[in-house]
Design a protein around this ligand. Sequence first.
Ligand SMILES: NC(=O)c1ccc[n+]([C@@H]2O[C@H](COP(=O)([O-])OP(=O)(O)OC[C@H]3O[C@@H](n4cnc5c(N)ncnc54)[C@H](OP(=O)(O)O)[C@@H]3O)[C@@H](O)[C@H]2O)c1
Length: 296
Amino acid sequence: MILVTGATGHFGKLTIDFLLQKGISSTNIVALVRDEARTADLKNKGIILRTGNYDNYASLVSAFQGVEKLLFVSGSDIQKRSTHHRNVVHAAKEAGVQQVVYTSFLGKNETTSSPLWLVAESHLQTEAWLKESGMDFTILKNTLYMDLVPAFLGEKVVETGVIYVPAGNGKVGAVLRTEMAEATSTILAGANHAGKTYQFVSHEAFSYKEVAQYLSEITGKTINYISPTATEYAQTLAEYGVPADFIGLFSGFAIAQANGELETIGSDLELLLGRKPTSIKTFLAQLFGSPKNQQS
Ligand SMILES: NC(=O)c1ccc[n+]([C@@H]2O[C@H](COP(=O)([O-])OP(=O)(O)OC[C@H]3O[C@@H](n4cnc5c(N)ncnc54)[C@H](OP(=O)(O)O)[C@@H]3O)[C@@H](O)[C@H]2O)c1
């Protein structure tokens, strides 16, 4: 039996859909949910539902009974994430789970000097707990979701003709979340992945200067890239009413990119998917191109 945590979120839901597409029976898939109100589509697909919260250790031990493989989708509450993740790992061990597949984070700088240390710290701790646990583990080092690039560009990027991100000339090997989920389903449905760490990165990395160039080609409008200082960026976002937590996260990712911490590329994902992941150019054309562009 395969249990997927975060099953009402994007990554968990997508992975369950890919497991079903691969022919895994819904009666062999368990979804861990914390909010019964959001489970209608999982119920319709015949997925087994169990209630649990990363906050509540006993709920996790109970939900994990009889589970062989557990897809542990990392939690979204960064402040409490270490405590939550320790609960999940210890509960899986206590419940007798054989293998944990964990969605971790990839950055070249895994020290406190990284602007993304707030994000990275709990992931690195979780990797260490899994390795110490005695359970089989598979670590997925996930790069930035390509799906988040439009948030960095802003809703009015074509209208203003400006991309304003403090990422300098740094590059990122971002990948669509759905392709990470598809590869994750291959790992869960297959064998021989225990003890392995995969880098979920693209075969190519891109800068915002390149994004500006692609967007100009796709839309026929000139889009310029400006890389402000971190302080200018934070001030501008604050003036537009962006909450402080988001400013911290956006700045952290952009500055890490500027530092070269996100430029890792590789072939793990390509091998698991059996094709190259979607390029940024294709993704931008799908989002910003005319119907004619999208078909080409
Ligand atoms: N690589 C990247 O660029 C990137 C970007 C953003 C996030 N992430 C990480 O990747 C994870 C998955 O991404 P996503 O897009 O699927 O995020 P998401 O849509 O926000 O899903 C997160 C899931 O975790 C569940 N969850 C959060 N706290 C929980 C708790 N205390 N107990 C039980 N379940 C809990 C949520 O439950 P509810 O549905 O009930 O809220 C949700 O199902 C995120 O949680 C985050 O750690 C990565």
